[in-house]
Design a protein. Structure first.
Length: 341
């Protein structure tokens, strides 16, 4: 993905906070194309190929690319890629700030309308599946937060560790546990909190009426196609993940994290610092484990992220799958886009 630091159209500002996420995209009837896939599956190359054939503007669907000053570890694209086509929702937040799925949905709704009004095709590209869900299905009503339960969960985690709570979550909500890392404290805590408050798993609220919402929403918004880049051979993706992490290390990932730490106002529990690569580098610099292990830790965490992304994608029956390890992947993507563009 590219970002909005490049010259070109004005940067897309974030939408104001507050309010609910509508299940209707503003400017109903506007067409847009989604291009999803796990990390390192080739989304950026496919998106740029689409941009060479069709007048598009890209909306990033990536919870890491929203952060300024986090370029190497998020695999932000090159200046040449940035200049090739207008991009939105990249570099719109300081790492100290959060950016929610609800905020993404509001921003994306506005951008879809604006891009369509300019006579171009909105192309939504990324791997943050919750963002896709928030836009396409809306966000289900969730039980309210319960501070007492949250405090109890934190105490339990201090005693047993988050992997133990992840195992507890797997016993009551296997679907949610499958897409969360064993140390994803924020999401594990919220999922267990929802279960303890309501007696229902978080996945129940995510999946409730999802098919009906998708059918209704797709019809009302003009959403035409969701292309999903998925590997036939998982080893192919693992090799790309390893190669890309090596490139990040060579490009200065450690220096980038050192600069973020030097600010003095960031800490490892922030959503930005929990991003894959940054979390592992931060922990290595804290001395949690030898720096020599950073490569293996980072590659393993990225593989786990890709696994969760694929699990989520496979729960989306409306997607059109293209094998990202097929030599003809770009042409196959272009053929699908040509059906509606």
């Amino acid at each position: 993905m590219a970002n909005e630091r490049s010259a070109g159209p004005p940067q897309a500002s974030s939408a104001p906070s507050g309010g609910s996420v509508s299940h209707e995209v503003k400017g109903a009837g506007a067409r847009f194309v989604g291009l999803a896939g796990p990390t390192a599956s080739g989304k950026t190359a496919a998106a740029l190929a689409i941009a060479e054939r069709h007048p598009v503007e890209i909306i990033s669907v990536d919870s890491a690319l929203v952060y300024r000053g986090m370029d190497i570890g998020t695999a932000k694209p090159t200046p040449a890629e940035l200049a090739a086509v207008p991009h939105h929702l990249i570099d719109i937040r300081d790492p100290l700030q959060a950016y929610s799925a609800a905020e993404f949905a509001r921003d994306a709704q506005r951008l879809i309308a604006d891009i369509s009004a300019r006579g171009k095709l909105p192309l939504l590209v990324g791997g943050t599946m919750l963002y896709f869900k928030a836009l396409l299905n809306g966000l289900d009503d969730m039980p309210p937060a319960d501070p007492a339960i949250r405090t109890a969960l934190e105490a339990q985690a201090l005693d047993k560790g988050w992997p133990a709570l992840h195992a507890e979550l797997a016993a009551v909500d296997a679907v949610t546990a499958a897409r969360l890392a064993p140390n994803d404290s924020q999401r594990i805590s919220r999922a267990l909190e929802v279960f303890r408050v309501s007696g229902r798993p978080l996945s129940f609220f995510h999946q409730q009426n999802a098919s009906k919402k998708m059918a209704s929403h797709a019809h009302s918004t003009g959403f035409n196609i969701l292309i999903s880049l998925e590997p036939q051979n998982r080893a192919w993706l693992h090799e790309r993940i390893a190669r890309r992490f090596d490139m990040m290390l060579a490009a200065g990932l450690i220096d980038e994290v050192l600069a973020l730490r030097a600010r003095g106002d960031l800490h490892p529990d922030l959503p930005s610092m929990r991003c894959v690569s940054y979390r592992q580098a931060w922990e290595a610099l804290d001395g949690d484990w030898p720096m020599a292990q950073l490569r293996d830790k980072g590659i393993f965490a990225t593989r786990q992220l890709a696994k969760r992304q694929l699990t989520w994608l496979r729960s989306m029956p409306e997607r059109r799958v293209v094998a990202c390890d097929d030599p003809a992947v770009v042409q196959r993507v272009l053929d699908l886009v040509s059906e509606i563009a």
